[in-house]
Design a protein around this ligand. Structure first.
Ligand code: AHM
Ligand code: MG
Length: 340
């Protein structure tokens, strides 16, 4: 069979599936099971986006009447998105363990040798924004577990630091639906073409600017941030990096991070009086974001520590995060050093 030539590629759209298959060709012996796993993810997120797009028309807005493991009210769409992801990922032979923000305990599904991946996700991040028609997103993190079932220890295999992620990303249900993904080989963005029903490569090899013009933080908590974080935000606003930064905060992490990735700047959720460990969840919110930001040339820290180096103690553990371009992050590290 002919190789897929560059000329052909120039004249045609590249779908997410084609892109992952092309990437996999670099790994001789790849069985295709990873691509099949990803197809479960893309199918599920297409179903979720279809529901999100019709949210005002069907009875899916509002609270479901239960609280999740974080004690937060579950929205009907949270529950729907969670069920869809659990279903389609659970059908894939290669998925051995699934963990979700919405379920207290992870699901250990299979112990066959093929079941060598763990997928951890937040089905609908920013869900308090759904009722007011603001962008929300799905975040996911994919880890490996040992091939040999006898070498497995499910609890230990699950709690891996973020640098071990095989792949990670998010789907943003915004003015368009976009999948932003990295398997450790750059960050690529795929926009859902609703006419075709496929995620199409629209942003190849995203590199984030070294410096932007916006900081993104819930400033209402500013007076309760540790001193270095307060100094950092104050400095950005005051012109410490040669210009006065403006603020942009949507309150949906995926949307705030997406802007930061494409346009530069910094997104942060520091420790606060209400959430001394930070609010965002390490394994399915901060880790995928940190992986993408680093792959795009930026940096992601929790205080001094690289987010991706944090060893989790539990699947729902929270973390503080500051992530952004190299100039902003250098300045953050300076603020940390000066606050000692
Ligand atoms: P969620 O997973 O319950 O939706 O919470 C996570 C969200 C993030 O999307 C967002 O960055 C943050 O919570 C906003 O929190 P706050 O309202 O405290 O600023
Ligand atoms: Mg969330």
């Amino acid at each position: 069979m002919n190789e897929f030539s560059v000329a052909e590629r120039d004249n045609t759209v590249i779908t997410f599936e084609q892109h992952t298959l092309l990437q996999q060709k670099r790994y001789p012996g790849a069985s295709g099971s990873f691509a099949w796993l990803l197809s479960g993810l893309t199918l599920a997120t297409k179903i979720i986006q279809a529901k999100v797009r019709r949210a005002g028309l069907t009875d899916v807005l509002g609270e479901a009447g239960a609280t999740n493991v974080q004690g937060e009210n579950q929205q009907k769409l949270d529950v729907f998105a969670n069920n869809v992801l659990l279903h389609y990922l659970g059908l894939r032979d290669s998925v051995g363990i699934l963990a979700s923000e919405e379920n207290e305990e992870p699901f250990v599904l299979k112990q066959s040798a093929d079941a060598k991946y763990i997928v951890i996700f937040d089905p609908l991040d920013g869900s308090s924004n759904i009722d007011v028609n603001v962008s929300v997103g799905t975040t996911f993190s994919i880890l490996r577990r040992p091939n040999d079932p006898y070498e497995r220890d499910d609890a230990v295999d699950l709690l891996q630091p973020g640098y071990k992620q095989v792949a990670a990303g998010y789907v943003l249900y915004g003015s368009s639906t976009m999948l932003v993904y990295s398997a450790g080989d750059g960050v690529h963005g795929f926009t859902l073409d609703p006419a075709v029903g496929a995620y199409v490569l629209s942003h190849e090899n995203i590199r984030m600017p070294a410096q932007g013009k916006w900081y993104s933080v819930n400033e209402a908590h500013l007076d309760t941030f540790p001193a270095a974080y307060q100094a950092f935000v104050g400095g950005l606003r005051g012109g410490a990096l040669g210009k006065r930064y403006a603020s942009r905060y949507i309150g949906s992490m995926v949307a705030d991070v997406h802007r930061t990735l494409l346009k530069g700047g910094v997104f942060l959720y520091p420790p606060t009086a209400d959430n001394p460990q930070g609010k965002l969840r390490l394994m399915y919110e901060a880790n995928p974001i940190a992986f993408l930001i680093e792959q795009a040339g930026g940096k992601a820290l929790c205080g001094r520590e690289r987010v991706l180096d944090i060893r989790p103690d539990s699947v729902h553990q929270r973390t503080a995060i500051v992530c952004g371009g190299t100039r902003e992050m250098e300045y953050f590290e300076r603020c940390l050093a000066e606050s000692e």
